[in-house]
Design a protein around this ligand. Structure first.
Ligand code: NI
Ligand code: MN
Length: 227
């Protein structure tokens, strides 16, 4: 599985010749100005919750890729179906769905969820992506929660993608505990630096992970990591 970072919490996952786009927030993000959303051709789009900084580019990308399957919680899928998105699959917490080339499990997150127009966005979540004999935990926006201790019961996690920006989610100190809860020593950070309240000292964060015996990778926009 290959994960390419498009800034903020947006990743493109490649599994064999299939592509999954997660939480598209690219065109409003000055840090991702080099990414052209018209060139992104996902087969599946995963959305963790309804906040603007996770769905901003979802509709234009889905309209541009009518075969792309939207997978999210029930309320978010309904909202997009009302906007004429035909190819969509609703889930809710605890459920697993087989995409054919990979499976996804929608897991708990402690956060909030409202659509950009104020519509109810269901409860927020994260995903475990099971693909190519590897499993990746994408936490979404969340606080540190003991629910994360369940994650290693669902899968041996090879890579954890965790928010580290603080203020709206956990910060990197709590993300170190989260990595321990999910029993994964390889972490990619997300949800930092995009806005002033979530700007972090990256060297300090990387150093704190190192001290805890963990690896924190902060990908430059456009760069990839393979598991
Ligand atoms: Ni959020
Ligand atoms: Mn967010």
């Amino acid at each position: 599985m290959k994960f390419t970072y498009y800034g903020h919490s947006t990743f493109l996952v490649e599994i064999k010749d299939h592509k999954i786009l997660i939480d598209p927030f690219i065109s409003p993000n000055e840090l991702a100005r080099d990414i052209d959303i018209s060139t992104i051709r996902p087969d599946v789009m995963l959305i963790t919750h309804g906040h603007e900084d996770h769905v901003a580019d979802a509709l234009p990308i889905l309209e541009n890729n009518p075969d792309c399957l939207l997978v999210s919680n029930f309320e978010i899928v309904n909202w997009f179906q009302e906007k004429n998105v035909k190819n969509a699959h609703p889930m809710n917490h605890g459920g697993t769905y087989d995409l054919g080339f990979a499976k996804v499990k929608y897991v708990n997150a402690v956060h909030s969820s409202i659509m950009p127009d104020g519509a109810y966005g269901g409860n927020p979540g994260g995903f475990i992506i099971f693909g190519e004999e590897k499993a990746v935990y994408y936490a979404g926006d969340t606080a540190l929660t003991t629910d994360m201790q369940l994650i290693p019961r669902f899968a041996a996690i090879d890579l954890a993608i965790l928010p580290i920006g603080d203020n709206f989610t956990m910060g990197y100190e709590d993300a170190i505990v989260a990595a321990e809860f999910v029993e994964c020593n390889r972490v990619v950070g997300m949800h930092y630096d995009t806005f002033p309240p979530i700007k972090i000292d990256k060297d300090k964060a990387i150093g704190a992970f190192k001290e805890a015996g963990l690896t924190l990778t902060l990908l430059p926009v456009g760069q990839s990591i393979t598991v």
